[in-house]
Write a protein that binds this ligand. Structure first.
Ligand code: NAG
Ligand code: NAG
Ligand code: NAG
Ligand code: NAG
Ligand code: NAG
Ligand code: NAG
Ligand code: NAG
Length: 428
C-alpha cells in the first residue's frame, strides 16, 4: 500500500516535471586572458510550474567550459517558480558561439500548439571597433506568465535595455533558424520591432506560448575583430547578438469591466513608470515602492522577476516594496526587474499591467575626496531651487522620493554622501 502510493507520487512528479513556462538569457563579457581565452557571464531565468534546474547546451561554435550557480527566484503561490542561473564560461577565443535549451515540454494544451521547448542565444564576444571591447547583450526579463482578460485591449512593452547603447529590435522566433520548435506565433498578440506586444480582444481563451527573439544592432557600420586578427563588418541592419524571451500569455475569461482600478489592479504613485531607470552602487540598497488599488477585487500578491537576491516586503494593503543590494560581482551591470500586481475576485485572477525597470550598478566613487565627512566644520549645507514637472499631481513624499532617485543618479557620477530634504515647496 505504502509502496504503491510512493510509486504513484513518483509518477505524478515525473509527468509534471516538464511544465515549462519560458526562459530569458542575457550575457556580459568578462576578461580576456593572456592566452587569448575569454570569460563571459550568462544570466538566465528558467520558468516552470515547480522549481526546476537546467543548464544550456552548446549548439554551435566552441562554447568552452562552464560553472553554474542556480538560485531560486520568486515562487508564486502554486502557479510558477522562477530559477536564476549564473553561468560563467571560459572560451578559448572570442569567436561567436550559440547555446540552446532543447528538449522537454511546455505546459499542457498551449493554444498555439507549441509542445516542445527550444530557445537559442547567440553570444558575440569579438572586439567591437566602436566601443573598443566585446558586446553586451540586451538586458531584459519577463514573468513566467502574463494574464489578460479575453475582452480587454492591452499592450505589453517588454523591457529592452542595451548597456552599449545599441538599437534593440524584437521579432518572433523563426522556425527555419531553429529558434523554437516550432515558432508558431500567438495569433492574439502582434509584435512591433520596438518590443511592444499588442493584445486585441478575442474569444480564443487559454495559454499561448510567446517566443520572442531580441537582438541588438549597431548604430553605425562597425567591425568585429577576432583573437586571430580576422575582421568581420556589420552594418546597422546586422544583428550583433540575440537572446530569447519566452513566456506564457494566459487569455482569461472576460472581466465585467476593463477599466483599471475596479477588477484589474491599477498602479498608483510612487510606482515607477515602465522602463524607468534606477542607479545605485555596490552595497547600497535600492528600494522600489509599488502601490496598486482595485476597488472590487482583492489585491493578493506582487509577482516579480529580477535578481534572486531581491527582497520583497508588503507594507500594507496594495503596497509593496522590492529592495535590492547589489554585491561587488554586480558592479558595472544593469539588472532588469519586472512586476505585476495580482488580484482575486471569486475564483478569477486579475493582473495589473506589466511594468519593468532597470537598475544600473555604478562604480563606487573613488575615496580620494578631501572633504571631511564628520564634525560641524566639515559639513556643508547647500540650498537648491528645483522645479519638478509632472503630468499628475505629486505629494511632497513622492517628490522627495524622485529627488532621492536623482541623488542615486548623481552618486554614480561621484556625488559624495549627501542628505536631501525639502525645506519648502509650492505647487502650481
Ligand atoms: C488538456 O486537454 C485534454 C484534452 O482536452 C484534457 O483532458 C486535459 O485535462 C487538459 N490538461 C490541462 C492541464 O488542462
Ligand atoms: C579592443 O580594441 C581596442 C582598440 O579598438 C583595444 O584598445 C583593446 O585592447 C581591444 N581589446 C581586446 C580585449 O583585445
Ligand atoms: C526565417 O529565416 C529564413 C532564413 O534566414 C528567412 O529566409 C525567412 O525569411 C525568415 N522568415 C521570417 C518570417 O522572417
Ligand atoms: C556602411 O557599410 C555599407 C556596406 O559595406 C556601405 O554601403 C555604406 O556606405 C557604409 N555606410 C557608411 C556610413 O560608411
Ligand atoms: C581566424 O579564425 C576563423 C575561425 O575561427 C577562421 O575562419 C579564420 O581563417 C582565422 N583567421 C586567421 C588569420 O587565422
Ligand atoms: C517590512 O515592512 C514593515 C512595515 O513597513 C516593516 O516594519 C519591516 O521592517 C519591513 N521588513 C523588511 C525586511 O524590510
Ligand atoms: C550616508 O550618510 C547617512 C547619514 O549620515 C548614513 O546613515 C549612511 O550610512 C551614509 N551612507 C554611506 C554609503 O556612507
Amino acid at each position: 500500500m505504502v509502496l504503491s502510493l510512493l510509486l504513484l507520487l513518483l509518477l505524478v512528479c515525473s509527468t509534471r516535471a516538464n511544465q515549462f513556462l519560458g526562459t530569458v538569457m542575457t550575457y556580459y563579457p568578462g576578461n580576456t586572458n593572456a592566452d587569448g581565452s575569454v570569460t563571459v557571464q550568462l544570466l538566465y531565468k528558467l520558468n516552470f510550474e515547480t522549481c526546476t534546474m537546467l543548464t544550456w547546451e552548446c549548439l554551435s561554435g566552441n562554447c568552452g567550459t562552464e560553472s553554474v550557480v542556480m538560485r531560486k527566484g520568486y515562487e508564486s503561490n502554486g502557479e510558477w517558480c522562477q530559477m536564476e542561473g549564473i553561468s560563467t564560461r571560459n572560451v578559448p577565443s572570442n569567436a561567436p558561439f550559440q547555446l540552446w535549451l532543447n528538449g522537454g515540454d511546455w505546459i499542457d494544451n498551449i493554444t498555439n500548439g507549441i509542445v516542445n521547448w527550444r530557445a537559442v542565444t547567440l553570444v558575440e564576444l569579438r572586439n567591437r571597433s566602436d566601443i573598443g571591447k566585446a558586446n553586451t547583450s540586451p538586458q531584459t526579463t519577463i514573468l513566467p506568465d502574463v494574464r489578460v482578460p479575453s475582452n480587454c485591449q492591452r499592450n505589453f512593452n517588454l523591457l529592452a535595455f542595451d548597456p552599449d547603447g545599441d538599437t534593440i529590435r524584437c521579432r518572433y522566433g523563426n522556425t527555419s533558424l531553429s529558434e523554437c520548435n516550432p515558432c508558431t506565433p500567438p495569433s492574439v498578440l502582434s509584435i512591433s520591432p520596438s518590443c511592444s506586444l499588442s493584445f486585441s480582444p478575442t474569444s480564443d481563451e487559454g495559454p499561448y506560448a510567446v517566443q520572442v527573439v531580441m537582438e541588438d544592432f549597431p548604430n553605425q557600420n562597425i567591425s568585429l575583430t577576432q583573437t586571430n586578427g580576422t575582421k568581420t563588418f556589420l552594418t546597422p541592419n546586422d544583428a550583433i547578438s540575440k537572446i530569447p524571451v519566452q513566456f506564457v500569455l494566459w487569455v482569461d475569461p472576460p472581466v465585467p469591466s476593463c477599466t483599471e482600478g475596479l477588477y484589474l489592479p491599477n498602479f498608483l504613485p510612487p510606482t515607477p513608470n515602465n522602463r524607468a531607470q534606477f542607479f545605485t552602487i555596490v552595497n547600497r540598497a535600492i528600494v522600489i515602492n509599488i502601490k496598486a488599488e482595485a476597488i472590487i477585487s482583492t489585491i493578493s500578491e506582487l509577482l516579480y522577476s529580477g535578481p534572486s537576491t531581491l527582497i520583497q516586503n508588503s507594507t500594507g494593503a496594495g503596497q509593496f516594496s522590492l529592495t535590492w543590494t547589489p554585491s561587488q560581482a554586480e558592479e558595472g551591470g544593469s539588472f532588469p526587474i519586472c512586476f505585476v500586481v495580482k488580484a482575486n475576485y471569486n475564483l478569477n485572477i486579475y493582473n495589473s499591467d506589466l511594468r519593468c525597470v532597470i537598475v544600473t550598478v555604478g562604480n563606487n566613487p573613488t575615496t580620494t575626496t578631501t572633504l571631511p565627512t564628520t564634525g560641524s566644520s566639515g559639513m556643508y549645507v547647500v540650498g537648491l531651487s528645483v522645479k519638478v514637472s509632472s503630468s499628475s499631481q505629486q505629494s511632497k513624499d513622492e517628490i522627495l522620493y524622485y529627488l532621492q532617485q536623482a541623488r542615486y543618479y548623481l552618486s554614480y557620477y561621484g556625488l559624495p554622501n549627501v542628505t536631501i530634504n525639502i525645506v519648502s515647496y509650492v505647487q502650481h
